[in-house]
Design a protein. Sequence first.
Length: 339
Amino acid sequence: MPTISSILMGFLSVALVFQGASNYRVVGRYPVPGDGGFDYVTLDSSARRLYVSHATQVDVLDADTGKVVGTIPDTPGIHGVALAPAFKHGFTSNGRENKVSMFDPSTLQLIKKIDVGKGPDGIYYDPGSKRVFTNNHGSHDISAIDAATGDVVGTVKVGGDGEQAIIGADGLIYVNSEDTAEVVVFDPKSLEVKKRFPIGVAKVPTGLAYDAKTKRLFIGCRNEPKMVVMDAVTGKVINSFPIGANVDYAGFDPGAGLIFFSCGDGTLSIYREKSADAYEDAGAVKTQPSAKTMAFDTKTKKIFLPAAEYLETPASEPGRRPQRTLKPGSFVVIVVGKS
């Protein structure tokens, strides 16, 4: 017969399990017309707009209803969007033409196109330096653009393919270098590389999130799917934890202490930061295969993930890979929120 003590311990265990759960689940889907590839999604939380990269254009959606409110055309090989609200300018990284489109967020009209390095991929705005940066995978460097004028003001010689970046509490920019398996730290004003932190325990870092309070970097790596926790000051690796496969982006909710990794295998991995050096699995959310990038909404705490279905046709010749094509009409933005 169970004792009162064992019953109480059982209740405590159940309570701890529920306390560790994030209570996140898929709460909606926004169908997006048109076919073609996709990559990053950017949220303007104050204007309630989602900028979704989509082949040769950006689809702009109402973040609360999913309604398409406009498009930004002529962005060949679009990867992402950066917004500089202080100047009422937006920027797209057009990977296939080695250019950035500078646009007006209120009208979505093109202001001008800017020549940058080869193969611009990730793109982000730094309010401190008032500059926009593009991670160029073809030239293995980073272009710096004046957000007010749209002029290129210099190049960061990172010697690697930058993925997601964050702005540190020290004003420096930390960027994952995918091919060299390190976090590269540079000064957005002088454009000098200040530090290089080898990750060591994993390779192919893509997603990167950051807690300014504990000065911890949360690095999503692909080769052996892991979240690597790193001290942002010293570069010391604190620990690593398993996540879903094919991770590409990360987010952090400082209020709840939750770390999110969007993974292409259809997993949104979630961990809770209990302290600077202690972490627990908060329960993964099943999303959809291909949902590898995300945007976290600080206002509603929702997460937006672009995804599509793919059709596979057998290889035409022995030894060749099967051909994957996007299923027409299957492109959506998945909405994950608290239940």
